[in-house]
Design a binder for this molecule. Structure first.
Ligand SMILES: CC(C)(COP(=O)(O)OP(=O)(O)OC[C@H]1O[C@@H](n2cnc3c(N)ncnc32)[C@H](O)[C@@H]1OP(=O)(O)O)[C@@H](O)C(=O)NCCC(=O)NCCS
Length: 170
């Protein structure tokens, strides 16, 4: 059963081990790139304090959650509760990555659906914007399986072509 735990200051060695070994990347983008070179629990917690502090003050900053299947961490998902014009164009509300050994087991689709519920329940978001690189077939298929309706394709600030989708949360 997929569930989330928000990154928090009680996160310990098992979470650090995951951050150090997990393969969460796609074409150079790594959802946990800010944890590169962090090798102690103390430094990981300092980074989590920084991330959570940003999210507490800036609704356009991401909140970070572990994706667990029962007790096993299988990935990371982010929620940006508010989109300004830049984030609406370039990234959308949700970022997600499943660790490579756990892909293609429907965890991505289940987590995306669950995050849409959380976004509605906790932040009142009615329509999620979910964005994928046009050639990221895994991501686009996952979004479509989670109920995503194709909106359009835009050129992001870094020059990448991005497909944007709407997902109704209710
Ligand atoms: C995108 C990602 C999160 C999908 O997670 P996942 O757990 O593997 O996805 P699911 O198992 O729920 O698969 C959803 C659908 O996509 C399909 N799919 C998954 N990987 C695929 C691939 N590489 N090529 C084609 N289809 C793929 C699955 O078959 C499934 O369709 P089905 O239900 O008809 O079988 C995962 O591939 C990942 O972490 N990639 C790296 C990071 C990334 O690209 N994040 C997205 C950025 S927006």
């Amino acid at each position: 059963m997929i569930h989330f735990q928000e990154f928090n200051l009680k996160d310990g060695q098992d979470r650090l081990d995951f951050l150090m070994k997990a393969d969460l990347s796609a074409r150079g983008f790594n959802i946990i790139g800010m944890f590169d070179n962090i090798k102690t629990v103390e430094k990981m917690r300092a980074k989590i304090r920084e991330i959570n502090g940003l999210a507490a003050h800036d609704p356009c900053a991401c909140k970070y959650y572990w994706i667990l299947n029962d007790d096993i961490i299988v990935g990371v998902i982010t929620l940006r509760p508010t989109l300004n014009g830049f984030w609406l164009h370039n990234a959308g509300h949700i970022g997600i990555a499943i660790d490579a050994p756990y892909r293609c087991k429907k965890y991505g689709t289940a987590a995306l659906k669950k995050m849409c519920e959380l976004a509605n329940n906790e932040f009142g978001i009615k329509d999620i914007i979910s964005v994928a690189l046009v050639d990221n077939t895994a991501s686009r298929t996952m979004i479509e399986k989670a109920g995503g309706q194709y909106w359009d394709t835009v050129t992001a600030a870094d020059g990448e072509e991005m497909a944007r989708y709407w997902i109704k949360t209710k």
